[in-house]
Design a protein around this ligand. Structure first.
Ligand code: KG4
Ligand code: ZN
Length: 374
């Protein structure tokens, strides 16, 4: 059983996992704090993580006992068989924690990539708990978490999918866009990544220009759906003719910017759906073209789509069609919370690392790695 923590960006999250099963997962989103700035402000993120981390870890621990399954009820009755009443009053909390940590094998924490000041908060907490309860630490790359997210199960062990390596994984989030071959457990080969903006970042910037607020992806999805995801303006599909599998979205952003600036003020408002849909189409078609190139290059037909943008139902449809064309399988994170940032996926990676004895050897030297690659 692993307690995991992720504070890589603007979500404070802690989870308790047992292998691939999530016994509890708590996410405290800071999105409202950053909304008025139109994006994540690192210093605000750090402060908010600091203010909430204890509460979030505590809630994740307590939630384990509210699960109604065999393992947790057995655990709860063992913990409460002494003088400790589970979650009964605050004075019992210290002993609850002590008892709970008897059952924890390790503490997992995201060390990168992400915002340095934000990562620091989770790492500090993990170290503090590891020292206090004499536990080992497992350091996890945030991107590995997203890659494992389709394999994360609920406390009952659903969905019951097995691993059939290799997979071609497209990660699309606010900070990352990459194509990775997931070769085997903990073995990855990056075959393409963005050279500038990430796909989610591009959607967020377009939404900001259109005055739609932050984060932009979900609003753009909704507006595009209202015009049946049609392409009205044919914005450029960046780098699709080049043979490599890298992405670039800053040129598209610029061309969208100039197109928008030239529009009359009334038209900008009138055509917000058409603009949203056309921009989304340009981003998604680029993702699909590159993924198809990757299928052809690698021969891998089993696909996975992960990261914040994988919540988009239209992109999922395009991905399903692509997999169908090549008689392949396609995986998505099974639960909505697994598309965004969460500690559950970090805990699941950590369980596979624990099986291979991949613990941090010297906790003192554990440090944030904001630019960590896979
Ligand atoms: O994975 P994530 O929560 O955080 C990072 O690690 O970056 O991804 C956040 C990104 C944002 O850019 C957000 O606009 C985008 O995911 N996003 C979506 C949708 N929901 C979130 N993009 C398109 N459609 C959505 N439904
Ligand atoms: Zn993420």
């Amino acid at each position: 059983m692993i307690l995991s923590i992720d504070t890589s960006c603007d979500e404070t999250s802690a989870a308790v996992v047992l292998g691939r099963r999530v016994l509890s997962n708590v996410i405290y989103s800071q999105v409202l704090l950053h909304k008025k700035w139109g994006g994540v402000v690192p210093s605000i993120a750090k402060r908010a993580h600091e203010e909430r981390i204890d509460f979030v870890v505590d809630s994740a621990i307590k939630k384990v006992f509210r699960q109604k399954n065999l393992f947790t009820s057995k655990l709860a009755s063992r913990l409460s068989s002494g003088s400790v009443a589970i979650c009964s009053s605050s004075s019992d909390e210290g002993s609850l924690h002590r008892n709970f940590f008897d059952y924890i094998n390790a503490i997992a924490v995201t060390v990168g990539p992400g915002l340095a000041p934000a990562l620091e908060v989770g790492i500090k907490k993990a170290k503090e708990l590891a020292k206090k309860f004499n536990k080992k630490i497992i350091s996890v790359n945030h991107l590995e978490g997203h890659i494992y997210s389709p394999f994360v199960q609920n406390s009952k062990g659903n969905p019951k999918i097995d691993f059939h390596f290799p997979y071609l994984v497209l990660t699309v989030s606010g900070g990352h866009t990459s194509l990775v071959i997931f070769e085997d457990h903990l073995k990855y080969k990056v075959i393409g990544e963005t050279i500038d903006d990430a796909a989610g970042e591009a959607l967020d910037k377009a939404a900001k220009l259109l005055g739609l607020g932050y984060p932009g992806g979900p609003v753009i999805e909704r507006l595009a759906r209202e015009v049946n995801n049609r392409d009205f303006y044919q914005f450029p599909r960046p780098m699709v003719s080049s043979d490599n599998l890298n992405f670039s979205f800053s040129g598209l952003k610029t061309s969208f910017y100039y197109f928008f600036k030239k529009m009359k003020e009334e038209e900008k408002v009138e055509k917000v759906r058409e603009l949203s849909s056309s921009f989304q189409q340009a981003v998604f078609e680029t993702l699909i073209i590159k993924t198809e190139k990757a299928i052809k290059k690698t021969g891998i037909k089993n696909l996975a789509l992960v990261g914040g943008v994988s919540a988009n139902l239209y992109l999922r449809k395009l991905f399903r069609n692509l997999a169908k064309k090549y008689n392949g399988q396609v995986l998505f994170p099974a639960f909505k919370y697994l598309t965004g940032d969460n500690a559950a996926m970090i805990g699941v990676v950590a369980s596979f690392k624990a099986q291979k004895n991949l613990f941090v050897s010297d906790i003192k030297n554990l440090d944030r790695m904001p630019r960590m690659s896979l």
